[in-house]
Design a protein around this ligand. Structure first.
Ligand SMILES: Cc1cc2nc3c(=O)[nH]c(=O)nc-3n(C[C@H](O)[C@H](O)[C@H](O)COP(=O)(O)O)c2cc1C
Length: 321
């Protein structure tokens, strides 16, 4: 088949990239018995009965002879925390399995761990497909785990999130032009108050105000915190209040002044660790109701929002281990 494409190759790639896919790694063994694999997003299901899947391999891939020769291969559907693994297997040729723990499947095929789903396959049919070779495989066995998927879209990695079926269009107030239920300030503010309402009883038990808790937790970030760093970290959150909260922690023996700034006392460290562990337990309960994928998406988006709205926030963490 000749080159019939009359359009721009970059634009064509870009248009194809608008189709969001999952990400897989497909593995086999070469003629010398060495493990071989590559990152693939052309994977697709074909048939339930018989169970068939397909993917396409570039004719210039170094792994092509191994896949042509070995009738067995395994497809690993990657989870959202496996972006590094995807990057490693997208690099041409080099020893991609170095330092990786893997098991052996049908026909001795390497089976990677920690993936969302794995399909062990035997080549059923091969088709020439332009500059790719299309593999259709019969699925011999599979396993799966609940996790959030890694997504590839527009030439980069992305998150997948569940749509809220109850949320069709934003709710509006009776007064035209007023806030809608989608107003970011409303969503963030209400979430913050309701979330903190679950943590506040723990603070009350310890006799701490919200402000004192913020400063106490900030002091856990570094062994010693210069007062300027604390002020910068709390800027726009507590401002003047951070000094009062700090003074109160010092007066109660939870923090103390040292030449370089401030540090937690032993009692302060115990108190902070107890509260933080109780607060993260509350967090886990809330996030569990969102599911692992959406919990990760939420955190990733809030982090991005913070870098946009509060670029100084990261300063508080600078130098933290
Ligand atoms: C997200 C992603 C998806 C990819 N999908 C495919 C694919 O479907 N088929 C393919 O041949 N290469 C695909 N690649 C490129 C290969 O992973 C890459 O060329 C790899 O270096 C080939 O390894 P090899 O030359 O050692 O066989 C993809 C790369 C990435 C990052």
């Amino acid at each position: 088949m000749g080159n019939t494409a009359a359009f721009d190759a970059t634009e064509f790639r870009r248009a194809l990239g608008s189709f969001a896919t999952g990400v897989t790694i497909i593995t086999t063994r070469d003629m010398q018995g060495e493990p071989v694999g590559l990152t693939v997003n052309s994977f697709s299901s074909v048939s339930l009965n018989p169970p068939l899947v397909l993917w396409s391999l570039a004719n210039n891939a170094l792994s092509l002879p191994a896949f042509r020769n070995n009738g067995h291969w395994a497809v690993h559907v990657l989870a959202s925390d496996q972006e590094d693994l995807s990057g490693r297997f997208a690099r041409r040729g080099e020893n991609k399995f170095a330092g990786l723990d893997f098991d052996e499947g049908e026909g001795g095929v390497p089976l990677l761990r920690g993936c969302m789903a794995r399909f062990q396959c035997r080549t059923a049919t091969l088709y020439e497909g332009g500059d790719h070779l299309i593999f259709i495989g019969e699925v011999l066995s599979f396993d799966r785990d609940d996790a959030a998927p890694l997504v590839f879209h527009g030439g980069g990695y992305a998150h997948a999130t569940q749509r809220d079926p109850a949320h069709t269009s934003p709710k509006s107030a009776w007064l035209d032009g007023s806030f809608s239920g989608d107003f970011l300030g409303y969503l963030l503010g209400r979430s913050h108050f309701r979330f903190y309402a679950q943590i506040r009883p723990l603070l009350e038990q310890a006799g701490l105000s919200d402000e004192e808790f913020y400063v106490l937790s900030a002091l856990t970030l570094k062994q010693r915190m210069a007062i300027n760093d604390l002020d910068a970290g709390m800027a726009g959150v507590l401002d003047d209040g951070s000094r009062d909260a700090l003074a109160s922690l010092v007066a109660r023996g939870l923090a103390r002044s040292v030449p370089e700034g401030y540090e937690l006392s032993d009692a302060g460290r115990d108190c902070a660790l107890r509260l933080i562990s109780a607060a993260t337990a509350v967090e886990s309960q809330v996030l569990e109701r969102l599911g692992p994928g959406d919990a990760q998406v939420l955190k990733s988006l809030l982090n991005r929002l913070l870098t946009v709205i509060d670029p100084g926030a990261a300063a508080l963490w600078d130098g933290a281990p």
